[in-house]
Design a binder for this molecule. Structure first.
Ligand code: UGA
Length: 456
């Protein structure tokens, strides 16, 4: 399409915001990103990504060099600069463990709105409880000077400040590819003008033929939570099948493979193991239940409690497997835990199944050493009581069991014969089904994997 490109801002430079800012600059837009955290802004301005994400640092440096991408701590500056403001602040789990904490979001809006003196579009990307956007639209109408005398919900061109809701579906570890080539765009809008402004801000992506779903705020908000709930449910479904497989000595991997050939079921997100973790799936299914309760439809999402519980039981199951293989006693055993990150290609340990299992094992009195190629600094903060190492070989001596909990490529490539010479006892529990069990058994190991027959 024609017309000048809108100037974009990004508010919040955490995982989502930093990725969005870099990728929008890569797509050719002028982007100014803001954060209240001065140290984050100075690191990003210096070309440094404050977390681990493949490809992102290279793109950051390239786009800083072109001058299209800049960072600031001044909200005045972004209000002056932007035609479209993307709000990318975090909405973490509340300390009570149930609902979403919207304090960062509300603070960002309260800080930005009074500075918006000319027509522009504010775009929420954060994951929020359904109904949040409508409240933010009202706050903008009340607080933004550009809205004086207009009704922000009904103006048909961008006469004032309008709001759109545009949920984000990127995965950690694939953040750049998912942002540059999303599988769909969801635009929750209240006017054709807002839709037009969003289309302009995503023109290079839309030109790839990416489907655009235009809808209302509440539906857009719900798409995000529904998607993550469905994915969590799929994982817990196959992990529930693993529990049943264990009871009859059946093989959940073969079961999953056979299911996957039915195109109605599909094979993605059907990998059994130690369950889901991370900063999104666990908190989103809990916040969704909390919101459904508030809306009086809690009964509709009661199954998500079950999804959560199946997921937690997998962690206990791994501990039980290790204990059973070591004649029931874990105290003083030397256990090598492979993985701290909640999944490979990430240094994120939020609600990490790997760290949760390491913690459970340590609580039994076992001597636990956790190996991870990139997540150790974060893991140390979250679980200080155990030993850490970046490589397996350095810490394998005298190990009584090796427990694989994050399927890093490095671990799949371990040589069972070589490792077998270092450990005290050749016992491996492959909780992610990342290893070739036959190969390990041939090298003399006892190879155990949840949901799979113990024999062979
Ligand atoms: C998830 C969603 O996949 C994204 O679409 C969404 O945008 C994001 O949350 C978010 O809300 O921001 P992410 O948390 O990065 O992305 O990680 P996933 O790849 O979804 O993995 C989540 C967890 O499920 C990991 O612990 C992974 O090991 C586990 N998993 C995944 C399984 O146990 N089995 C599977 O088959 C797939």
């Amino acid at each position: 399409g024609g017309g000048p490109r809108p100037r974009l801002t990004v508010i919040g430079t955490g995982y989502l915001g930093a990725t969005h800012a870099v990728c929008m600059a890569e797509l050719g837009f002028e982007v100014l990103a803001v954060d209240v955290d001065h140290s984050k802004i100075s690191r990003l301005s210096a070309g440094e990504i404050p977390f681990f994400e493949p490809d992102l640092a290279d793109l950051l440096r390239a786009n800083l060099a072109t001058g299209r991408l800049r960072f600031t701590t001044s909200f005045e500056e972004i209000a002056e600069f932007g035609d479209v403001h993307f709000v990318c602040v975090g909405t973490p789990q509340r300390p009570d463990g149930y609902g979403a904490d919207l304090s960062h979001l509300n603070a960002a809006i309260e800080r930005l709105a009074p500075l918006l003196t000319r027509p522009c579009l504010v775009v929420g990307k954060s994951t929020v409880p359904a109904g949040t956007a409508a409240g933010i639209a009202r706050a903008l109408a009340r607080l933004a000077p550009a809205n004086a005398g207009t009704d922000a919900d009904t103006v048909s061109d961008l006469a004032g400040v309008q709001l759109a809701w545009n949920p984000e579906f990127l995965r950690e570890g694939f953040a750049v590819a998912d942002t540059l080539h999303p599988d769909r765009l969801v635009f929750g809008v209240a006017s054709p003008a807002a839709e037009g402004a969003l289309r302009a801000a995503f023109a290079p992506v839309i030109a790839q033929g990416v489907p655009v779903i235009v809808t209302d705020y509440a539906t857009a908000e719900l798409v995000k939570t529904a998607a993550n709930s469905f994915l969590a449910t799929k994982i817990s479904f196959i992990n529930a099948m693993a529990e049943v497989c264990e009871a009859v000595d059946a093989d959940v991997l073969t079961l999953a493979e056979a299911l996957s050939h039915d195109v109605r079921i599909g094979g993605n997100f059907l990998r059994p193991g130690v369950g889901f973790g991370g900063g999104c799936l666990p908190k989103d299914i809990r916040a969704f239940q909390a919101r459904a309760d508030e809306l009086g439809v809690g009964v509709a999402l009661r199954f998500l409690r079950e999804v959560d519980e199946i997921n937690n039981r997998r962690r206990d199951r791994v501990v039980d497997l290790v204990a059973a293989a070591l004649d029931g006693t874990l105290a003083h055993r030397r256990l090598l835990v492979l993985g701290a990150a909640f999944k490979p290609n990430s240094d994120d340990v939020r609600d990490s199944p790997a760290l949760a299992v390491a913690d459970l094992l340590a609580r039994t009195g076992a001597d636990v050493t956790v190996v991870d190629p990139v997540a150790i600094p974060n893991a140390r903060r979250a679980l200080p009581g155990v030993t850490y190492s970046e490589t397996v070989e350095d810490v394998a001596a005298d190990a009584d069991a090796v427990v694989l909990l994050t399927e890093w490529r490095q671990f799949a490539e371990l040589d069972p014969a070589r490792l077998g010479q270092l450990v005290r006892r050749k016992l491996i529990i492959d909780a992610r089904h990342a290893l070739d069990g036959d190969r390990w058994r041939q090298a003399g190991w006892v190879y155990l994997a949840p949901g799979r027959p113990t024999g062979v």
